[in-house]
Write a protein that binds this ligand. Sequence first.
Ligand SMILES: *Cc1c(COP(=O)(O)O)cnc(C)c1O
Length: 394
Amino acid sequence: MKIAGRIEQLKPYLFVEINKKIAEKKARGEDVISFAIGDPDIPTPAHIIDGLCKAAQDPANHQYPESEGLPELRQAIAAWYQKRFDVTLDPDTEVLPLIGSKEGIGHIAFCFIDPGDIALVPDPAYPVYAIGTQLAGGRPYYMALKESNGFLPELNGIRDYVLEKTKLLWLNYPNNPTGAVAELDFFNRVVEFAGKHEILVCHDGPYSEVAFDGYEPVSLMQAEGAKDVGVEFHSFSKSYNMTGWRIGMVVGNAKAVGALRTLKSNLDSGIPQAIQYMAIEALNGPQDCISEHNNTYQRRRDLIVEVLANIGLEVTLPKAGLYVWAKVPEGYNSVDFTAALIDQIGVAVTPGVGYGRSGEGYVRLSLTIPDAALVKGLSRLSGWRNTRRLTPKR
Ligand SMILES: *Cc1c(COP(=O)(O)O)cnc(C)c1O
């Protein structure tokens, strides 16, 4: 038996090494407080679960769903975009529910990438943009996200010979892992760039509802002409703490949405209908849960940023998203520093290099850590001292 090259090429997850260190520590009977998990710790709101339970009792929801999703769900998604972003979408042609947004993010490459084609992929980034590209036989071209440019890519620096082969441009704001946000003028420039070079913009926006201090993230779909060149992936996972239920959506350009619908109708048979009703309840029901969750995350953000600054890490206060992106202290790289925290104080963070080369020099701390663990983790972090600072650089 020989595994296909496309699977063999998938590098083992960087976190294998780190997880090994954590496991060793635990085997010695020492606990590790993890700031590394990007999965909301707060349960799905009760009224949304009620929507699931009710729908689960109805035999009509026990059969194969339509792969394009319930019309009621597509209408609820379109109505939500109208209300939240003042964007009008046709629920039949410009909206497609997904089995979690990760599923659509991975699969859309198969609709646009032929062998040898290029996708522009941010670095650092959620790994699926590059992996989908590679599985479809294409090549990722990495766009470094630099702090000096607000962690936005510099599109003008990309050479013509790259752009000639480019089919997709991936973006993600509010950003995982950097915590950066994008404003409408950036999206307007992106739409113009994509139109000029005939590229489909794929914006991944699962954190648009996770924001602090009254800040409201924008949607790519609000940019002038966005629907001509772009789609936006969205998810119920982060807005409504529904990671375990697996439901998301893609909206925007009808041709792109249609291509993904065609691919999916040949691969999967849709999302369990009771879960689609759950998503309808999430969008149409009371929205207080969003600000309640954001208050919790904001409080945790403030505590984490304060402690990190106190022990000498440079960090900016994120306006949105579930992560604090902090510069590692002098004398360390991101993996060294992560290993030192595990060994010395039993705290796990995520090394930035795990999200790409440009993530080197940073670590990511997640705001999804339960409060009891947070208190313990922060007290351990407060006691950490940089013993390498005064030693000469190796
Ligand atoms: C969490 C996350 C997703 C995945 O969302 P699902 O809908 O649960 O698949 C997609 N993109 C980014 C950047 C994420 O952080």
